[in-house]
Design a protein around this ligand. Structure first.
Ligand code: FAD
Ligand code: NAD
Length: 405
C-alpha cells in the first residue's frame, strides 16, 4: 500500500515542533513527510525585537532548517505557499504543487493594520528577518543622515512604536539600550532623541498584572521612553503618524521611524484557501483539525482556541504553538496507523515573561511574579528551551543565550 504523504506548511515553532516529533515517531516506511517553508532557515520570531533594534545580529536569531530535520525521513522544499486546495488535496506553491494525504498549516502570523491608512506604506512591522533588518538599518540611516546634514531635521531622531502589547514593550526595551550606543556612534546628543510608545487602550500591556506593568513603565521612562496612553493611531504619513486626541481632534506626531506593533492576524493563505476564519485564524476542533476537514491540522498563530475560563481566545504565542505541534504529531501518527482515538489539546500555561532589554524583564511564571535579573534570566531560559525542544542540546550550544548577568 502507498504510504501517506504528510505535508507541513511553515517551519516556525508549530511546524518544526510537528515535524521533529513526527520524524521521531514514524518509521521511514510509514509516511512521506514533506516540509515547506519560504526560507531555508527557521527564525526565532520571539527574538525578532532584538534583531530589529540591532541589539542582536539577525544571524543569531536564525538557523538552517536542515540542521534539525532528519533528511532520510523528511523532504524539505523551499517555496512560498499560495493556497491550499482542499477539494483536490493539493498545496499550490509559487513554483509548483504538492499533493497531500494530510496537511498541517503552520504559516504563522501577519501584521494586522485594521485598515488604518498609511501603515502598510509608511510603517515597519516586526515580522521576520527581512523586516527586522529593515528596521535596524532604517534607524541607523536616520541617525547617520542627521549627523551629516547641514540643516538638521530632528524628527529623524524620533521613533514611534505603535502598540504597548508585549511586542511593542519588548522592542522598546531593546531600543532604550541601543539608542545610547547609536548616539555615541553618530555624535548625537541623547536628549535630541525621542522614543514614543503610543497605545490606544488606557493601559500599557492591557490585562497584564498592574504592579508588573508599573515596574516596566517606570523603568522604560527612566531610559527615555515617553508613553502616550489612550491614544489610538489613526494613520501614518511619510512624516509620521496621526493620532486621535479627544472626540474629533487629531494630532500629528512627526517621526523618522514608525514601527507598528499593534497586533497580529493569521496568515492570509488561510482566507485565500477559503477556510472559515476570524482574522486569518481557524477555530480548530479539540484534536487541532480544521472543522469539516479531517485531513487538515492547524498549528500556531493560524489556529484559534477559546480559553473557556474567560470565554476569549488564548493569545497566539510560541508556547501554545509548540504544545499544539506535539499533539498534532501524536494525532498524525495515530491516523497513519489507522488508530481513531485522537488526543485532544489542552493548553498548559507555564507563564509569560516580557523582556525589557537584555538585562531586565517582568513576568509571571507558574503563578509567581518576577522582575529584574531573575526575570531576565528566566526569559533567556525560555528562549533556550524552545531551541532545546526543537533541535536538542546541540542547537542550544550553537544558538543559545548564555549572557546571563
Ligand atoms: P512562526 O513561528 O512565525 O513561523 C511561521 C513560518 O511560516 C515562518 O518560518 C515563515 O517564514 C513561514 N511562512 C510564512 N508564510 C509562508 C508562506 N506563504 N509560504 C511558506 N512559508 C511561509 N510568544 C511566546 O510564547 N513567548 C515570547 O516571548 C514571544 N515573544 C515574541 C516576540 C516578538 C517580537 C514577536 C513578534 C512575537 C513573540 N511571540 C512570543 C509570539 C510568537 O512568536 C508567535 O506566536 C509564534 O511565532 C507563532 O508560531 P507559528 O509556528 O504559528 O509561526
Ligand atoms: P497585541 O495584540 O498583544 O498588542 C497590541 C497592542 O496594540 C494592544 O495593546 C492594543 O491595544 C494596541 N493597539 C491596537 N490598535 C491600536 C491603535 N490603532 N493605536 C495604538 N495602539 C493600538 O499584539 P503583540 O504585542 O504584537 O503580540 C502578539 C502576540 O504575541 C500576543 O499573543 C502576545 O502575547 C505574543 N507575544 C508574547 C510575548 C512574550 O510572551 N514575551 C512577546 C511578544 C508577543
Amino acid at each position: 500500500m502507498k504510504k501517506p504523504t504528510i505535508v507541513v506548511l511553515g517551519a516556525g515553532y508549530g511546524g518544526l515542533m510537528t515535524v521533529t516529533r513526527l520524524q521521531k515517531a514514524l518509521g521511514q516506511n510509514e509516511a512521506e513527510i514533506v516540509l515547506v517553508n519560504k526560507n531555508d532557515y527557521h527564525y526565532e520570531t520571539t527574538w525578532l525585537h532584538e534583531a530589529s533594534a540591532g541589539t542582536l545580529h539577525h544571524d543569531r536569531v536564525r538557523y538552517p532548517i536542515k540542521s534539525v530535520i532528519n533528511g532520510s525521513k523528511v523532504s524539505f522544499i523551499q517555496d512560498s505557499v499560495l493556497e491550499v486546495k482542499t477539494e483536490d488535496k493539493k498545496v499550490v506553491l509559487e513554483n509548483g504543487e504538492i499533493a497531500y494525504d494530510y496537511a498541517v498549516i503552520g504559516l504563522g502570523p501577519e501584521s494586522e493594520t485594521f485598515g488604518i491608512q498609511g501603515l502598510k506604506e509608511y510603517a515597519f512591522s516586526i515580522s521576520n528577518v527581512n523586516t527586522a533588518r529593515e528596521i535596524r538599518d532604517h534607524i541607523q540611516l536616520q541617525f547617520a543622515t542627521y549627523s551629516s546634514e547641514a540643516e538638521k531635521n530632528e524628527d529623524r531622531l524620533t521613533i514611534v512604536v505603535g502598540g504597548a502589547g508585549f511586542t511593542g514593550i519588548e522592542f522598546l526595551g531593546e531600543l532604550a539600550n541601543r539608542v545610547p550606543d547609536l548616539c555615541k556612534e553618530y555624535d548625537i546628543d541623547f536628549k535630541k532623541v525621542r522614543m514614543y510608545c503610543v497605545e490606544a487602550a488606557p493601559a500599557v500591556l492591557p490585562g497584564f498584572d498592574p504592579e508588573l506593568v508599573d515596574y516596566a513603565v517606570s523603568y522604560l521612562e527612566k531610559k527615555g521612553v515617553e508613553f502616550k496612553i489612550g491614544t489610538p493611531i489613526k494613520g501614518a504619513t511619510p512624516e509620521g503618524i496621526i493620532v486621535s486626541k479627544g472626540e474629533d481632534e487629531v494630532e500629528e506626531i512627526k517621526a523618522g521611524t514608525v514601527v507598528w506593533a499593534a497586533g497580529v492576524r493569521g496568515n492570509s493563505v488561510i482566507e485565500a484557501s477559503g477556510f472559515e476564519a476570524m482574522r486569518g485564524r481557524i477555530k480548530v476542533n479539540l484534536d487541532m483539525r480544521a472543522p469539516g476537514h479531517d485531513d487538515i491540522f492547524i498549528v500556531g498563530d493560524c489556529a484559534l482556541i477559546i480559553n473557556e475560563e474567560i470565554n476569549r481566545p488564548y493569545p497566539p504565542t510560541a508556547q501554545i504553538a509548540m504544545q499544539q505541534g506535539e499533539v498534532i504529531a501524536k494525532n498524525l501518527t495515530k491516523l497513519v496507523r489507522n488508530e481513531s482515538d485522537l488526543e485532544t489539546f489542552t493548553f498548559e500555561n507555564k507563564g509569560t515573561v516580557c523582556s525589557l532589554g537584555d538585562d531586565n524583564a517582568i513576568g509571571v511564571v507558574f503563578g509567581k511574579k518576577v522582575t529584574g535579573k531573575t526575570a531576565s534570566f528566566l526569559k533567556k531560559m525560555v528562549d533556550n528551551r524552545a531551541l532545546l525542544l526543537i533541535g536538542g542540546p546541540s542547537l542550544v550550544a550553537k544558538k543559545g543565550k548564555f549572557n546571563i548577568l
